[in-house]
Design a binder for this molecule. Structure first.
Ligand code: F6R
Length: 241
């Protein structure tokens, strides 16, 4: 596990974007695993600029998002589909058919999870997967629990996650209570993982991820078992390492 502590958000975003861009430059049909949330916004900004400067193409790139809320469709401005389109996909030349995000409006969640997992397997494996981290140590929407859920599955969001994510909604009431997320084994199947963390509120989760006991009570701790993971944090998130 490699840990890189940067001075500020801009530096984190720059380094993260370099990882992403280098993978795509080395392999034009790279398979990317992507997060939503506040943390990766700076990285997406830089990637979009790089595309606008004509330094890169995403024509053959395939992407898989980590998660999606259940009940929100592509046009809902709170859905992760909408988020990804707004912040990345609509600005680059990735093909719509190469974008994969769990379908939050499916009538059969279990079937959607199986199909999502199969699609990832069909592509081989993700060349690089970016993760944020919850204050409670969640990755994707794998919330603390008493066992590691291996594959893509439905999850009931915890109160603190709903509260944290309510900043993107009009009010906490509007935050869906359930979501579809890649599982832990799905996440670990990526060839390379980059975890981004900023701010003091993540310091506890970051230190337990790096040097805590491996436990489903802190899902990110399982990342200790991956053989190619880089954690990029700012000084605040690194305070308890
Ligand atoms: C989002 C996701 C979540 C977030 C995490 C941190 O797709 O999978 O695990 O990465 O909740 O969110 P932010 O970056 O908003 O602090």
């Amino acid at each position: 596990m490699e840990v890189i502590v940067k001075n500020n958000y801009q530096e984190i975003s720059k380094l993260a974007s370099q990882y992403l861009l280098n993978v795509v430059k080395a392999k034009n049909d790279a398979v990317l695993g992507l997060p939503t949330g506040g943390t990766p916004l700076g990285m997406y900004d830089i990637v979009v600029n790089e595309y606008k400067n004509k330094n890169i193409s995403f024509q053959n790139v395939i992407s898989f998002n980590l998660d999606e809320y259940i009940g929100l469709d592509e046009n809902s401005k709170y859905s992760y589909y909408y988020f990804m389109n707004k912040n990345l996909f609509s600005h680059i030349d990735i093909k719509k058919e190469n974008i994969h995000i769990p379908n939050g409006t499916t009538t059969d969640v279990q079937q959607e999870c199986i199909e999502y997992e199969n699609k990832i397997k069909e592509e081989g494996s993700m060349d690089i997967l970016f993760l944020g981290i919850g204050k409670n140590g969640h990755i994707g929407f794998n919330e603390p629990s008493n066992y590691f859920e291996p594959y893509t599955h439905e999850v009931i969001l915890q109160e603190n996650t709903i509260k944290a994510n309510s900043r993107f909604f009009k009010d906490a009431e509007g935050v869906p209570k359930t979501a579809i997320t890649m599982g832990i084994k799905t996440i670990l199947s990526a060839k390379k993982i980059i975890l981004l963390a900023t701010g003091e509120s993540k310091a506890d989760a970051v230190s337990k991820t790096i040097k805590g006991k491996i436990t489903p009570g802190l899902p990110a701790s399982i990342l200790q078992l991956h053989n190619d993971i880089t954690i990029i944090t700012d000084k605040d998130a690194a305070k308890k390492i």
